[in-house]
Structures are given as C-alpha cells and as structure tokens.
Design a protein around this ligand. Structure first.
Ligand code: PMP
Length: 433
C-alpha cells in the first residue's frame, strides 16, 4: 500500500497566515477554516471539471464542488462561454432583463411547487424571505425547524442549527435576540410525533415549517417518505405553510428537486447553489397566491440591488440547460452510488464502523454503526477519526468537506476512474487509521 506523502502546503500556509490578520479566522465562511478536522486549510488557486488545485499546485479530486453549485463540473466550458458573451453586455443592470424570465420559466417548469419565483443572491436570503412570507400570509409568528438543519445565518435560523454552527459546536449564536429565537421551535428529523406535539402545544400560532427535504447540514440524512407525507398532512390540517429548503437538494437530487423525487409538494421552496451555476444566486417560489404577497405585487417587502443579476442568470440558465440533457441525473446517481458503496466496502474490509448513503449527486458517511436518521443519531459518530481520515484523503489527493457533519457532492465531470481512485485512496487511509 502507498504510504501517504506529506503534502507540501507552504503557499497555503503563507496565504492563510496573512488572511488570519485580515479576515476573521482567515476566512469568509467558517467551515473553510478546517477547525473541526484540524490542520492546514487548503488555499485554492484554480478549479476545472472534477478537480481543484491549491496554491502549491497540488491537485485534488473535489467532492465539495464549491458546496454544491459545481454540479456540471467546475469552470464548465459552456457556462464560461455564456458568461464571457454576457460580460460584454454588462455585469449589472438593476433593471428588468429577459434573462430573468428565461431562468424563471425553467424553474417554474421543473419544480412542482413553484408557480412564481423571486430571485435573490444567496440561500440565506431566500430562506429568511420565505419566513417573512409565511408570517405575512398566515398572520402568525412561530416557525418550526429541525435540530441540525441549516437554513442560512439569519437570526431566526441560528437555533440548534447545522453546518458550521454545528461543526464549531456553537448550537446557538450570541447576537440573536431572545424574542427572535423564542419564535423558532425545533423538532427532531424523521420524527413526525415531535412535530405534531409542537403544533398541539402552539395551537393556531405556527406560521410554517421549514426543512431540508434531504439533510446535508448534519451530514447526509435522507427522510422517510412517510415523514415528508406526515409533514405535508399536518401543515395542511393546521393551515401552516410548508417550505422545502432545496438550497442544497434543488436540481441536484432530481430535475424537479427533492419534491419531485419524493412526490411530495410543499407550498413554498427555497433554492440556491446549483441555480446560480457558481455565481451568487438564491430564489424562493411557490403558489401564486402566496407569491403575489411579495412587493411590489403585494405588501411583503423584499428587495435586492444585485437580484436577477444578468451574469448570475446566465450561469444558472446554462447550468440548468446542461442538467436537462438525457443521462445527466443517471450519471450523477451511478458515480455517486459507486463511490459510497466502495467507501463502505473499504471500511468493512479494514474493520471501521461506518454507515452512509447517497441520492443522485449527494452523499455522505458517518464513522458510526448507524443507521443515522436524525442529528441526534449523527452525534454518535467518531469525529476525531473523521478528522484523521480527512487529512489522509487530502494527502492522497482527495478533497472532502472538512467536517463530519457536511454532505458531499459529485458532478457530471466525475468519471468512474475518479471514483475508483478515490475508493483506493479511502482504502489506503482507512488501513492506516
Ligand atoms: N439552506 C441550506 C439547506 C443550505 O445548505 C445552505 C448553505 N449551505 C443555506 C440554506 C444557506 O445558503 P447560503 O450559504 O447561500 O446563504
């Protein structure tokens, strides 16, 4: 077996050292700092297809994909060509442009719950806007979310949140007003009784419920179909707005997002990541009746200087166009299944407790026996072992999300050869642990 070669990260070290004087923690988004896995974060220089190169010119097979957007592969030639052509026509209008209609039509046609859509600039913005909409529509204030789910960094979501909040063990953030946090109730994922109990205890006060239809922000946790159906039923019965936060799953799980995959239609949907094809875009949409409440059609205020930005629209349009081609989701499903079954087999062979799974181009694994059906289960995983595994994989030329509590992503650019190299790397690292 090949012994892991120590990575040369001299330039990454220099750049990150300087960054720590300039940016809080050296980064502009917390998980990038590798705090939970330890060791030197990798500073990127460039990306292409399924690969990324760091500042020391080490090459990695990338399973982060910019945390989701890079589903057609990094720096895709067609997306790049479309962007170059658009740049000549201007980078920002702050006025209506036809590209917004084109992307809106693509979204409306694909996503079952969306009859009308508003574009924003991030997933956070989409989710905070949708909560305002739930409240405006119902005249109620409380919302329900699930422990370990992440919906961006707006005040009302920093209550038992996933992703970096969880990775850094912060669970709740200072600076969030107690009154805001008090209006966010938390239930346990895949546990419909915990949801019903909240509705019962807060009769007529719940504006809506938001969830990741497949969890990615406490690691990869799929829902049961009965759980999603139960949520649909209880929200309908109680007159609460059901929101699928498809920022991660949107256009990744299936052409029509997780709601198409599971056959459960929410009232509203938030989107991000893939929809911008690598540029900053988020979106929320739903039934016309709800969306007509948004200004200037209705009284609920929400706006954005760069919203509907022409470059961002072009990258989104091209990305969704590529994803609509025959075989796209089949490819994602095939390579990702091969990856996760290969890694799990390697764990079994080398005697490590590991569980995991995938749906289409989204996957994850935990260092524990499993099964993991909620964040409460995910907590049982051996995060110290994950940290060692992560570093070992880097040394083998594989870039994984630097946290046990984040899902992984594949792209149309990942080949079976990339997958097999990754599985070999995993076997080598697992043997050494
Ligand atoms: N919702 C979900 C499900 C997410 O995964 C994320 C980001 N990882 C967000 C919301 C927030 O999106 P953004 O980082 O673009 O603000």
């Amino acid at each position: 077996p090949a012994t892991a070669t120590k990575l040369n990260t001299k330039r990454s070290e220099e750049i990150f050292k300087e960054a720590q004087e300039l940016l809080p923690g050296g980064v502009n988004s917390p998980v990038r700092a590798f705090k939970s896995v330890g060791g030197q974060p990798i500073v990127f220089d460039h990306v292409k297809g399924a690969y990324c190169w760091d500042a020391d010119n080490n090459k990695y097979i990338d399973y982060v994909g910019s945390w989701g957007p890079a589903i057609v592969g990094h720096a895709n030639d067609e997306v790049n060509e479309a962007l170059k052509a658009q740049i000549e026509k201007g980078t920002s209008f702050g006025a209506p442009c036809e590209l917004e209609n084109v992307l809106a039509k693509m979204v409306i046609e694909r996503v079952p719950s969306v009859e009308m859509v508003r574009f924003v600039n991030s997933g956070t913005e989409a989710c905070l806007s949708v909560v305002r909409l739930m409240r405006a529509y119902t005249g109620r204030e409380k919302i329900i979310k699930f422990t370990g789910c992440y919906h961006g960094h707006a005040d009302q979501f920093l209550v038992q949140a996933g992703s970096g909040v969880l990775t850094l063990g912060l669970s709740d953030s200072p600076g969030v007003p107690a009154t805001t946090a008090a209006a966010t109730l938390t239930a346990q994922y895949n546990d419909i009784e915990s949801v019903k109990a909240l509705f019962e205890a807060n009769k007529g006060e719940i504006a809506g419920l938001i969830l990741e239809p497949v969890v990615g922000n406490s690691g990869f946790i799929p829902p049961t179909k009965e759980f999603l159906q139960g949520l649909r039923d209880v929200c309908t019965k109680e007159g609460a707005v059901l929101c699928f936060d498809e920022v991660m799953t949107g256009f990744r799980i299936a052409k029509g997002c997780a709601q198409e995959y599971f056959g459960i239609t929410p009232d509203v949907t938030t989107m991000g990541k893939v929809i911008g094809g690598g540029l900053p875009v988020g979106a929320y949409g739903g039934k016309k009746e709800l969306m007509q409440m948004v200004a200037p059609a209705g009284p609920m205020y929400q706006a954005g200087t760069l919203s509907g930005n022409p470059l961002a629209m072009v990258a989104g349009i091209k990305t969704l166009e590529i994803l609509a081609r025959p075989g796209a989701y089949e490819h994602l499903d095939k390579v990702t299944k091969r990856l996760i079954s290969g890694i799990l087999d390697a764990a079994k062979e080398t005697g490590h407790a590991m569980c995991g799974g995938s749906i289409s181009g989204m996957f994850g694994f935990f260092f524990c026996e499993g099964p993991v059906s909620s964040f409460e289960d995910a907590k049982a995983s051996d995060t110290a072992k994950f940290g060692k595994f992560h570093r070992g994989m880097l040394e083998q030329g594989v870039y994984l999300a630097p946290s046990q509590f984040e899902a992984g992503f594949t792209s149309l650019a990942h080949t079976e050869e990339d997958i097999d190299r990754t599985i070999e790397a995993a076997r080598t690292v697992l043997k050494s642990l």
